[in-house]
Design a protein around this ligand. Structure first.
Ligand SMILES: Cc1cc2nc3c(=O)[nH]c(=O)nc-3n(C[C@H](O)[C@H](O)[C@H](O)COP(=O)(O)O)c2cc1C
Length: 244
């Protein structure tokens, strides 16, 4: 009798404790991340059928260095990131671009200005392929600063969005040794070309930027230890009457 009453009291106490723990955890989470909604943005579902053929995109692709002052849509940014590194296979190891051993040593960051992408705050956004979402790692417009460390190239400052492709070599060298470095660089080339051709199909224009100071770009983007910037892709609407 006493034992069963004790058991009842204990189970009620455990239940109350559980509720408190659950609600407590929710409060803790809210307090720790007040701007969670702003920091993480779910991207629109990318389309799988466009209006410009692959052949037309290849034929028309050129490096364009002057852009209109015209915002991209979030759907366009979504499409670009998906083409570069989106999940297209049965699990997150199978992506839009090939990668040696499906190890995917690349990361993609979008450097966005104020009003550059409709509905998106300025900042440095990191793409997460598994959830097809972006997370803001840094607030503010860094395009001018990025242009300075890219040896003053103006198209970096005037593009609506600059997409930075980074490599963490250890993801490849862990399996392939030194040869993994070669594979990782090739991975970056495949992904960047996907991105470039997708730019073309959306009526946008881009330029590949390989000339920049690595350490300063890494600092500016606040890249984690071991991440190296490989290339930047400047993206915007091509200027109707470019200055020659
Ligand atoms: C790895 C690589 C790095 C490049 N770096 C730069 C750069 O820093 N600045 C620039 O204006 N163009 C850069 N380019 C673009 C080339 O200059 C361009 O592709 C070349 O002139 C051919 O022109 P097209 O792309 O219009 O065919 C780079 C291209 C590649 C592939």
């Amino acid at each position: 009798m006493v034992t069963s009453r004790l058991a009842r009291v204990c189970s009620v106490a455990v239940a109350i404790g559980l509720v408190a723990a659950v609600t407590g955890a929710a409060w803790v989470q809210e307090a720790a991340e007040p701007a969670a909604a702003d920091k993480k943005v779910e991207l629109p579902t990318p389309v799988r059928k466009g209006t410009v053929s692959l052949e037309e995109a290849i034929q028309a692709r050129r490096c364009v260095r002057q852009y209109e002052d015209r915002a991209l849509s979030l759907a366009q940014l979504s499409q670009l990131l998906w083409a570069a590194n989106g999940v297209t296979g049965r699990n997150h190891r199978f992506r839009a671009a090939p990668s040696a051993g499906a190890l995917h040593p690349l990361d993609f960051y979008a450097v966005v200005g104020e009003g550059s992408v409709e509905g998106l705050a300025a900042g440095v956004w990191h793409y997460e392929p598994a959830d097809h979402e972006i997370t803001r790692l840094k607030e503010g417009d860094d395009r001018e600063a990025l242009a300075r460390v890219a040896l003053g190239q103006r198209q970096v400052a005037t593009a609506e969005v600059v997409i930075a492709v980074t490599v963490e070599f250890e993801r490849s060298t862990g399996k392939y040794g030194d040869r993994g470095r070669r594979y990782a660089v090739m991975d970056a080339g495949f992904a960047a070309e996907n991105l470039f051709l997708q730019v073309q199909t959306l009526g946008l224009a881009a330029c590949v930027i390989g000339a920049f100071r690595d350490t300063e770009v890494a600092e500016l983007l606040r890249l984690p230890e071991g991440y190296r910037p490989m290339l930047l892709l400047t993206v915007g609407y091509p200027k109707a009457n470019p200055v020659r």
